[in-house]
Ligand binder design. Structure first.
Ligand SMILES: *Cc1c(COP(=O)(O)O)cnc(C)c1O
Length: 446
């Protein structure tokens, strides 16, 4: 899926003036009336005029994209926003529990158009869960998923196994797994479903359409999104660029992409070394130098936010385009900040997995720095479901609790990642199996 001339990633482009595009985004709302039709029901394909690469009868859907935008006053207060200005967009409500389904439906559709017999991906967990659920539900072809060792959250691994995907666990990390799967796919002619696949990004644009729909088609001031392989941020920028070009919106919002400190390649390159899109010619020397140093130091990505534990983001250049289009900023947040934000999200809404909370932690940081104004309308994308990674959640909430110490290693796991203050922990109260003792504990309750 690389350009034969320059080696860069391919981009899907449309000849819009030969395609039927609605005169207004509001026209998409009429699709809600035909929810018995699977492509109108899909939160991705009901916007199909904005990703017009497939005939309707080729579309492979499992009802993805039924996600919602929720205004959150509790989280808004935590971030430091004026009342009513902070929104959480819950992509964890997808069939496999993460935004990856938005892109996978598009990749699977294209794989079917291309006559694929076998599809594969490398994954920190959610891409494999997504590919596996599409394979088990639609039975279009067999799939192969490559994951790294040790790091994958059990919620995600359990999905790939349960959906019956052949799972290859590489003794390495995600960056290693992606490198291997690209080589295997090119050798064996297997269809590759990672976000190097440009059709994934086409599907992922639809998160933005649903966000705008949730805001009554008004453009917010900020979109804040975690950055791992940078597929989502790349897709979002493309969505806004196209909507602007088509005259369907009158301005684009600003975008903030949030890295974990332990996996901060984009932050380092964009904010520290001044790397820019530069009209499609980013300074490759800056990138090469950074990666060479990383290899020399044998530096590996390390964060509890496993979905963004990536040091070599494949969509780097496309993300630079997004940052250019959306006057973007990049911030980095610690695992401590991520888990504190995650606890606030959990107690103020549907909850999310650690990587998703980087968006709220990042919004808070940018608010404190005055980059985001308290009156701005801010949309934080919550990329994955709370139940994806229960281990980290339980570790945070039961830290320094007797049970946690006895059941081994949870406190240690937090400490190894610099999480030492679990200020928002909702600790379970351990009590003997005795009615009176339980009543003692409940003194003053209710
Ligand atoms: C994949 C993933 C990310 C990272 O998104 P990119 O598009 O790779 O930047 C963040 N959060 C969750 C939950 C994910 O599954």
């Amino acid at each position: 899926m690389a350009c034969p001339d320059c080696g860069g990633l391919i981009d899907v482009n449309y000849v819009w003036d030969r395609l039927p595009v609605p005169a207004s985004l509001r026209e998409f709302e009429s699709r809600w009336g035909h929810r018995q039709d699977p492509i109108d029901f899909s939160g991705v394909w009901r916007f199909r005029e904005l990703l017009p690469f497939a005939a309707n009868d080729r579309i492979a859907t499992i009802g993805e994209g039924q996600t919602i935008l929720q205004q959150s006053s509790g989280v808004g207060q935590y971030v430091g926003m004026n009342a009513g200005r902070l929104y959480l967009h819950y992509e964890g409500l997808n069939p496999s529990g993460s935004f990856k389904d938005n892109g996978m439906t598009a990749a699977i559709t294209h794989a079917r158009m291309a006559g694929a017999k076998l599809a594969a991906c490398a994954s920190t967990g959610n891409t494999s869960a997504s590919l596996a659920i599409f394979a088990s539900t639609l039975k279009l072809f067999d799939v192969l998923v490559f994951v790294g060792s040790g790091k994958i959250a059990y919620g995600k691994l359990s999905q790939a196994l349960d959906y019956g995907a052949k799972t290859i666990q590489i003794q390495g990390d995600f960056d290693d797994a992606l490198c291997q799967v690209r080589a295997v796919c090119s050798k064996l002619g297997i269809y590759l479903c990672n976000s190097v696949n440009p059709f994934r990004l086409e599907g992922q644009k639809t998160t933005i359409y649903r966000v705008l729909e949730g805001l009554g088609w008004e453009v917010p001031e900020w979109i804040v999104v975690p950055g791992g392989n940078l597929g989502n941020s790349s897709a979002f920028g493309k969505a806004f660029q196209e909507l602007k070009q088509l005259g369907l919106i009158d301005r684009v919002p600003r975008m903030a992409v949030i890295n974990a400190v332990g996996a901060n390649t984009l932050y380092q390159l964009y904010e520290q070394r001044g790397l820019r899109w530069n009209g499609g010619r980013p300074d490759e020397q800056i990138i090469d130098q950074f990666y060479r140093k990383m290899a020399d130091d044998n530096r590996r990505a390390v964060t509890l936010a496993s979905a963004i534990e990536i040091n070599r983001p494949v969509n780097l250049n496309k993300c630079l385009r997004t940052l250019d289009v959306c006057d973007g900023v990049v911030a980095e947040v610690t695992d401590q900040e991520i888990l504190d934000a995650k606890a606030q999200i959990g107690s103020g809404g549907f909850g999310c997995e650690p990587a998703s909370a980087a968006s709220v932690a990042g919004a808070k940081l940018l608010r404190e720095r005055g980059v985001v104004a308290p009156s701005d309308r801010v949309v934080c994308i919550l990329t994955g479901h709370q139940l994806k990674d229960p281990t980290v959640t339980v570790a945070y909430h039961s830290s320094s609790n007797q049970e946690a110490r006895e059941t081994g290693g949870l406190d240690e796991m937090l400490q190894q990642h610099g999480v030492i203050d679990t200020r928002f922990a909702n600790r379970p109260i351990v009590v003997e199996n005795n009615f009176d003792k339980i009543m003692d504990v409940l003194q003053g309750f209710g």
